[in-house]
Design a protein around this ligand. Structure first.
Ligand SMILES: [Fe+2]
Ligand SMILES: [Fe+2]
Length: 177
């Protein structure tokens, strides 16, 4: 696996400055949540840092990565361009960054729409993605931030409700696992 320093350099080369700042924010938030909920801080750090690593890729490139790594998409997941970077990110983290830890790859893979089965690590990355300090404010964000450090399940439910509202307003598929 690459060193964290090499990962940062690689992310800097492939993501916008805004996205890199966000990724570092997710990494730091995930580590804080790991402390609160006794999760594996190193895995939270790694998954947080890399969760959006595929964000700069085109659709075809993402689909190739997903196919090459044998990742199965959820029904409807390829209908909206913004969703593919999660499964593609898991594939890229493995291929390019040398991550072999299945739990870390799972958290990256599930960070956008979630999944029927989610671990504590999956939940931490999912919620951290919403509440990291650089996140553009949305209605209810402060409530999610507060909930996250007390009741992760409640925070996740608030995130999912926000996403469902967002998707319904725009006629996008709503994933309700
Ligand atoms: Fe993402
Ligand atoms: Fe993100």
């Amino acid at each position: 696996m690459m060193s964290e320093q090499a990962m940062l350099a690689q992310l800097q080369a492939s993501l916008s400055p805004h996205r890199l700042t966000h990724s570092i924010g997710v990494m730091e938030t995930a580590v804080r949540l790991a402390g609160v909920f006794s999760a594996d801080a190193a895995r939270c750090r790694l998954a947080g840092l890399l969760h959006d690593c595929a964000k700069g890729l085109g659709r075809e490139e993402m689909l190739e990565l997903i196919a090459r790594q044998g990742i199965v998409l959820f029904a409807g997941e390829d209908s909206y361009p913004g969703l593919l970077h999660a499964p593609a990110g898991a594939a890229l983290a493995k291929e390019k960054y040398g991550v072999s830890d299945a739990e870390v790859l799972s958290a990256i893979r599930k960070h956008t729409v979630g999944a029927p089965e989610m671990s504590l690590l999956d939940d931490i990355i999912f919620v951290s993605d919403f509440i990291e300090p650089n996140r553009e404010p949305f209605e209810g964000l402060e409530e999610v931030r507060k909930a996250a450090f007390e009741d992760l399940g409640k925070a996740k439910a608030l995130c999912r409700a926000h996403t469902a509202r967002y998707c319904k307003q725009r006629g996008l598929p709503v994933f309700s696992f």
